[in-house]
Write a protein of this length. Structure first.
Length: 143
């Protein structure tokens, strides 16, 4: 099995040379971070670049294993999640939740796939009744 350093380098090699994250960081920065043994920073930049450029499940598997080796459990779970999305497809939505004073949730949830809410997306059962679907939910960019 490859070490985290090798996995990050191999993942970077899967990206086009002109790949850039939304925040402007190019894939070349990843290679510099790896050379300086800034592996966590390299992982973060690779994840950000993959938000902009389509990548394969192999890419996400490499990042998940690198994160596991670096003991970055949340990053590992995120990379596994993104790999699942590549394999199965996904719907991204911006949700606005009600505050507790408006009848919203009274307690927090982990935000990384643990909540599986029921969604009404317009489906009906064979007898015409409303059919609710279950979806995994990962809250991005918020604690």
């Amino acid at each position: 099995m490859d070490d985290a350093f090798t996995l990050l380098r191999r993942a970077a090699d899967l990206l086009p040379e002109d790949a850039v994250a939304e925040n402007g960081q190019p894939v070349g920065n990843v290679r510099e971070e790896i050379a300086f043994q800034e592996w966590e920073m390299a992982l973060d930049v690779l994840i950000e670049i993959a938000d902009v450029h389509p990548v394969s499940t192999v890419f996400w598997e490499m990042l998940a294993e690198a994160a596991r080796q670096m003991m970055l459990d949340r990053s590992r779970r995120w990379c596994e999640w993104r790999g699942w999305e590549v394999k199965h497809g996904t719907v991204r939505a911006t949700l606005s939740l009600l505050g507790t004073d408006e009848g919203g949730r009274q307690s927090a949830f982990s935000g990384d796939g643990q909540l599986r809410p029921l969604w009404d997306i317009g489906n009906s059962t064979a007898d015409g009744q409303r059919d609710l679907n279950i979806a995994r939910l990962w809250v991005e960019f918020a604690p």
